[in-house]
Design a binder for this molecule. Structure first.
Ligand code: F6P
Length: 359
C-alpha cells in the first residue's frame, strides 16, 4: 500500500503533527509507504513534486509550525489558472492529476485541508480515487467535526495578544481594536474575545451597529473604565453594509478580507474623544508551534486517517466528536460553513456579562 499525503489551503499549526502521525502509523503499524506531495494539489500536476516520507525525515516535527510539504491556497486542479500572453486561461487539469496519481503508484490520497481543499479532495474521490480527509483550519468553520486542528492555537495567540493590549490600553487610556482572522466565521474573535476579556466583539454572524459600539464605549467611560478593547473579526460588517475586502480575483472571488478594525477605529475617533489604536494580528495566528491541544488532536487525526485507509473507508473525513475520533462522509463536511449561532450559548453568556456585539 502506498499512501499519498498533501496539505492544501492556508497553513495551520499542527499540519506537521498530522503528517508525522500519518507516516509513523502507516510505517510502524502497517509497513506501508508514504509519499508526501509538495505544495498541495499543485504537486499533483507534476509527478516529480513529491518526497518519500520516512520515520526518519518526519522526526522532530511534532512541535514545528507550518508544513514540511508546503501548501498553497490559490490552486484548484478542476479550475486551474494560467496566464498565457497576458490572458488568464482556466482549465480542468483533473485528468492530469489522475494520471499522475497512477504514475506515482498511489493507492490512496490523504488530503489535509479546510473547506476548499476538502471540496477538491471530494472531487478527486468522485473521479474514482480513494480519498480520506483531515479537517484543518484556524477558522474552525468546518461542519461535521467539533473542532479543526490549528484553531485552538490561533485562539491562544489572539488571547495572548489581548492580554498584552489590555495593559498598554489602560496605561494610555485608549480604545484598542484587535483585528483577527476567521474569514466568514467569527469563532476566533468570539472565543479569544471572551477569553481575553474584550469589551466589544464584532463577528460576521452579527452585523453591527456603530451607534451601539460607541454607546458601549461611552458607557464604560462613564462608569470609570480608562480603556476599552474591541475585537473585530476580519469578516465583521456593519448592519446593511459590506465586509472589508483587501483583494479580489478577476472573477470576483474574495481572496483576502481585512481592514474593518481600521474602519471601526476611525469611526470611534470621529464620534468621540477617545484615542484609538489598531492591531491587526494577521498571519501570526497561523504560524508557530501548535499548542498541546492541537498537537494531540492533529496526531489523533493523522493516525485515524491511516486507520480509515486500513478499513478501506474512503470518501470520509476524520472527525472529532468528543471524546472520540470517528469519521463522517466528506460531503457532510463541505456542504455548509459552520458559523457562530448569534443566539447560541456563548454569545448569550457573553452578552449577559456585559460584552457588546454591536447590537
Ligand atoms: O483560512 C485561513 C485564513 O487564515 C483566514 O482566516 C484568512 O482570511 C485567510 O486564510 C488568509 O489567507 P492568506 O494566507 O492568503 O492571506
Amino acid at each position: 500500500m502506498r499512501i499519498g499525503v498533501l496539505s492544501g489551503g492556508g497553513d495551520a499549526p499542527g499540519l506537521n503533527a498530522v503528517i508525522r502521525a500519518v507516516a509513523k502509523t502507516a510505517i510502524f503499524k502497517y509497513g506501508w509507504e508514504v509519499t508526501g506531495i509538495i505544495d498541495g494539489f499543485e504537486g499533483l500536476l507534476t509527478p516529480t513534486k513529491t518526497r518519500q516520507l520516512t520515520s526518519w525525515n518526519t522526526r522532530g516535527i511534532l512541535s514545528v509550525g507550518g508544513t514540511i510539504l508546503g501548501t498553497t491556497n490559490r490552486g484548484n486542479p478542476f479550475a486551474h489558472k494560467t496566464v498565457i500572453g497576458g490572458r488568464e486561461i482556466v482549465e480542468d487539469m483533473s485528468p492530469l492529476v489522475l494520471s499522475n496519481i497512477k504514475e506515482l503508484g498511489l493507492d490512496v490520497l490523504i488530503v489535509i485541508g479546510g473547506d476548499g481543499s476538502l471540496k477538491i479532495g471530494h472531487g478527486i474521490y468522485k473521479l474514482g480515487i480513494p480519498v480520506v480527509g483531515v479537517p484543518k483550519t484556524i477558522d474552525n468553520d468546518l461542519m461535521a467535526t467539533y473542532v479543526t486542528f490549528g484553531y485552538q492555537t490561533a485562539v491562544d495567540t489572539a488571547t495572548e495578544a489581548l492580554d498584552k493590549l489590555h495593559t498598554t490600553a489602560e496605561s494610555h487610556q485608549r480604545v484598542i481594536m484587535l483585528e483577527v482572522m476567521g474569514r466568514y466565521a467569527g469563532w476566533i474573535a468570539l472565543e479569544a474575545g471572551i477569553s481575553g476579556s474584550a469589551d466589544v466583539i464584532l463577528i460576521p454572524e452579527i452585523p453591527f451597529s456603530m451607534d451601539k459600539v460607541v454607546e458601549k464605549l461611552l458607557e464604560r467611560k462613564k462608569a470609570g473604565s480608562k480603556s476599552s478593547i474591541v475585537v473585530v473579526a476580519e469578516g465583521a460588517k456593519p448592519a446593511g453594509g459590506e465586509m472589508a475586502v483587501r483583494e479580489k480575483a478577476a472573477d470576483g472571488y474574495v481572496l483576502r478580507l481585512g481592514g474593518m478594525a481600521e474602519i471601526v477605529a476611525n469611526e470611534v475617533s470621529r464620534r468621540t474623544s477617545f484615542e484609538t489604536r489598531v492591531t491587526v494580528l494577521g498571519h501570526v495566528q497561523r504560524g508557530g508551534s501548535p499548542c498541546p491541544f492541537d498537537r494531540l488532536l492533529a496526531t489523533r487525526y493523522g493516525a485515524y486517517a491511516v486507520e480509515l485507509v486500513a478499513r478501506k473507508k474512503f470518501g470520509e473525513m476524520v472527525s472529532f466528536q468528543p471524546p472520540v475520533i470517528t469519521s463522517v462522509p466528506l460531503e457532510n463536511a463541505i456542504s455548509n460553513l459552520k458559523l457562530v449561532d448569534p443566539e447560541g450559548e456563548l454569545v448569550k453568556m457573553a452578552e449577559g456579562m456585559g460584552v457588546n456585539f454591536g447590537r
